[in-house]
Write a protein that binds this ligand. Structure first.
Ligand SMILES: Cc1cc2nc3c(=O)[nH]c(=O)nc-3n(C[C@H](O)[C@H](O)[C@H](O)COP(=O)(O)O)c2cc1C
Length: 233
């Protein structure tokens, strides 16, 4: 099979929150889609190892916040590369509660939907959760983030727990003259062609010229954790 065929599938980027009784958490997911219109239902694919997986199973409800294109990498890094088992991800994030009482992430969000779980499908590493939308609203007219934008413009990667994870993902940006550097902690690739707009680093800035205070925009690792990318030819 030519796995590159799978790279042509389009997705958005979302924060899925869940939990109950003061035990709440959220994670990034790209695998979310509307299943039916009447009743309005959606499905998400969640890795069984994720802390969020257990919370959805026990509380039988979840909220999906549709992320804005402008969502910064450190925000995606917090929800997509760290686990609620280790950090309280919602601690410093603006949320509100609605019908399900699950925190609705409002930061970097264009709209949200609240869902009550109806069905589960065991898919090996992941479970597909299908649920009825019980409420939802639009909170901004900003452009929603697509997975392609996250990869191609922001230079973002996915961890092993994402359903779309690919080992040694192909280069997302053009091959520049200066070398790209890979974060050994989370896999983020610093591409001098793109720079790092979240940190005010202009396109064309070589890795060697980044200030020593610069840190990985996704996981916060310092410059010493970066390794020169091996030749992609
Ligand atoms: C771009 C991106 C897309 C992701 N998509 C999914 C997904 O669709 N399903 C999933 O289970 N994990 C996905 N992940 C991985 C989870 O967000 C990640 O494993 C997270 O740390 C789990 O957090 P938790 O243990 O607090 O639940 C994605 C991560 C990123 C960065």
């Amino acid at each position: 099979m030519n796995r590159a065929a799978l790279h042509k599938i389009s997705y958005g980027l979302y924060i899925v929150t869940s939990g109950q009784d003061d035990k709440f958490n959220g994670q990034v997911a790209n695998s979310m889609f509307q299943v039916t219109s009447n009743p309005a239902t959606v499905a998400i694919s969640i890795n069984k190892e994720n802390y969020t997986h257990g919370l959805i199973k026990s509380s039988r409800k979840f909220v999906v916040s549709i992320l804005a294109e402008a969502a910064p990498m450190n925000f995606i890094g917090l929800f997509g590369f760290k686990s609620g088992r280790d950090v309280n991800k919602l601690q410093n994030v603006k949320t509100k509660t609605g019908m399900t009482k699950v925190p609705i992430v409002l930061e970097n969000t264009v709209s949200y939907i609240e869902v009550e779980l109806e069905k589960e499908l065991d898919c090996g590493t992941h479970t597909i959760f299908v649920g009825n939308i019980v409420d939802g609203d639009v909170i901004s007219n900003e452009e929603p983030m697509t997975y392609a934008y996250y990869q191609q413009v922001k230079g973002g990667k996915s961890p092993k727990t994402a359903p779309t994870y690919v080992k040694d993902e192909p280069a997302a940006a053009s091959v520049g003259i200066a070398a790209r550097y890979v974060c050994s902690v989370c896999g983020y690739v610093y591409d001098p062609v793109l720079g790092d707009s979240d940190s005010g680093i202009a396109p064309g800035t070589k890795f060697e010229d980044l200030p020593e205070s610069w840190t990985c925009p996704v996981c916060g690792a310092d410059k010493s954790k970066f390794e020169k990318e091996q030749s992609r030819v």
